[in-house]
Ligand binder design. Structure first.
Ligand code: GDP
Length: 471
């Protein structure tokens, strides 16, 4: 910084000292500190903003508060296998779907909308946290609320815990649907008790987690659940600006024999119109036609609306972010560059989620949390490893265990790690073949230990190495 200002380094260090920062000459300082010091020394400090061709094309500027209008919530259903996710999605669709009004046949396009009272809710049709986190690993943040389905006759199971942690890592609000209350042996109180162990304290007990007893099979209290979704959505004050070019995420895609590449997109901001030029990943094209979730052909789709789009030149990938743009020529050029970049990246290694890479980012002040996923052979070890590692937190870096569980390392763990910039610590367990392959592909760091002490020692040593020099 001193070199940039062309002043002696000692002058900058002295100014920092006056501000109460005991800095070494090699220390990295952030922009705010730099501008304080610089302006004190009579310089005008500005952030250097690098505008790329993509930035110019996508023009993804922030919306003014006046331009924002309420939008409906986007909801995903998660939970353990056989707890009733699919039944719930079916029950909601059959009782509330807007298709009934048009008398049309519902189309499975990957998402659907329902009307409750005079409001709407968008549901993603693929249940489970894997699909959710896979999209997140690609940078897509599409959901506002997760409905966690727990069977009242079974209780919290391993995938329930996974779902809780995946939702939490994404910062999504969880509403619990206690399902199968029609069954003998159903015990909602026991479920609520178990939830408290995962920091989900039911509202009825003074916490802020909404729990709704339902029966997906017999369609009991589905409306009650949906009303709670709307209540939570209202508290979140979800908004978007419908009066701009659309931006959103690809939910599903396929190559259709007759129509060519078909993609279901969820519009998240702006309004998408037939005739718009869109870029999604490495696909580009002009929207020829749009079909909504009731099979009706539509001319436009606003925020939180899912539509099937025809007109792209290739099939995009679920989780790809799409933008509607005005300049077709530039859109094609951006896509060409993206393709070239992917080719280059296949030869040069990508940015990895490794311990070393994370430490570098922490050192640069880019990361304050060291996210860890702990898998072990027994629950006792999960807890022990988790607690010992979290205790390593210091003023500069917080070691945060975002997920812990018993059993081998799975693909879903790797996806969560990749989406949350985390490393995986395995204790007396191994990755399964799928996990090993995807960890290799996504360059997720998996560290395996047999002795807890070794795990602590290694992470501690690395953390010490990354701390900024101090006096
Ligand atoms: P998923 O694996 O979570 O998608 O679970 P499914 O929706 O496929 O449901 C698993 C099984 O539980 C099916 O046989 C459903 O009929 C049954 N089931 C789902 N919801 C209920 C319910 O509310 N009550 C009862 N008794 N059975 C249910």
């Amino acid at each position: 910084f001193a070199a940039r200002l062309e002043v002696p380094a000692a002058t900058v260090v002295k100014k920092l000292f006056e501000l109460g920062i005991m800095a070494a000459i090699s220390q990295v300082i952030d922009f705010d500190t730099a501008s304080l010091v610089g302006e004190d020394l009579g310089f005008k400090i500005e952030k250097e903003i690098i505008v790329t061709e993509e930035d110019l094309l996508f023009n993804d500027t922030e919306d003014s508060p006046e331009s924002l209008k309420p939008r409906s919530p986007v909801v995903v259903v998660m939970g353990h296998v056989d707890h009733g996710k699919t039944s719930l999605l079916d029950a909601i669709r059959s009782t509330n779907v807007i298709a009934n009004e048009a008398g049309g046949i519902t189309q499975h396009i990957g998402a659907y909308r329902v009307r409750v009272n005079d409001k709407k809710i968008t549901f993603l049709d693929t249940p489970g946290h894997e699909a959710f986190t896979a999209m997140r690993a690609r940078g897509a943040q599409v959901t506002d609320i997760a409905i966690l389905v727990v069977a009242a006759d079974d209780g919290i199971m391993p995938q329930t815990v996974e779902a809780i942690n995946h939702a939490k890592a994404a910062g999504v609000t969880i509403i619990v649907a206690i399902n199968k209350i029609d069954k003998e042996g159903a015990n909602p109180d026991k479920i609520m008790q178990e939830l408290t162990e995962y920091e989900l304290i039911p509202e009825a007990w003074g916490g802020d987690t909404i729990c709704v007893p339902i029966s997906a099979k017999y369609k009991q209290n589905i409306d009650g659940l949906l009303e709670m979704v709307l209540l939570v959505a209202e508290m979140k004050e979800l908004k978007a600006n419908p009066d701009r070019k659309a931006k959103g995420t690809v939910i599903e895609s396929q190559l259709d024999k007759g129509r060519g590449p078909v993609a279901t997109v969820l519009v998240q901001n702006g309004t998408l119109r037939v005739g718009d030029i869109i870029v999604a990943g490495t696909a580009v094209g002009r929207v020829r036609a749009m079909v909504d979730d009731r099979g009706a052909s539509v001319k436009k789709a606003g925020p939180s609306v899912p539509v099937e789009v025809v007109g792209l030149n290739e099939v995009p990938v679920g989780g790809d972010i799409f933008y509607a743009v005005t300049d077709e020529k530039k859109a094609r050029s951006v896509v060409e560059k993206r393709k070239q970049k992917i080719k280059d990246e296949n030869t040069v290694s990508r940015q990895a989620v490794s311990l070393d890479a994370l430490f570098d980012q922490i050192k640069e002040g880019e990361v304050k949390d060291l996210n860890i996923i702990v898998k072990a052979d027994v629950q006792g070890s999960v807890e022990a490893v988790k607690q010992s590692l979290e205790k390593l937190s210091n003023d500069e870096v917080r070691v945060k265990c975002i997920h812990g569980g018993v059993g081998g390392i799975t693909e879903s763990d790797v996806m969560l790690a990749s989406a949350s910039n985390a490393i995986i610590v395995g204790f007396n367990v191994r990755p399964d073949s799928g996990a090993a392959a995807s960890a290799k592909r996504d360059e997720v760091d998996i560290r395996l230990y047999r002795v807890i002490y070794n795990a602590i020692e290694e992470i501690e040593a690395a953390m010490k190495g990354m701390l900024a020099p101090q006096f």
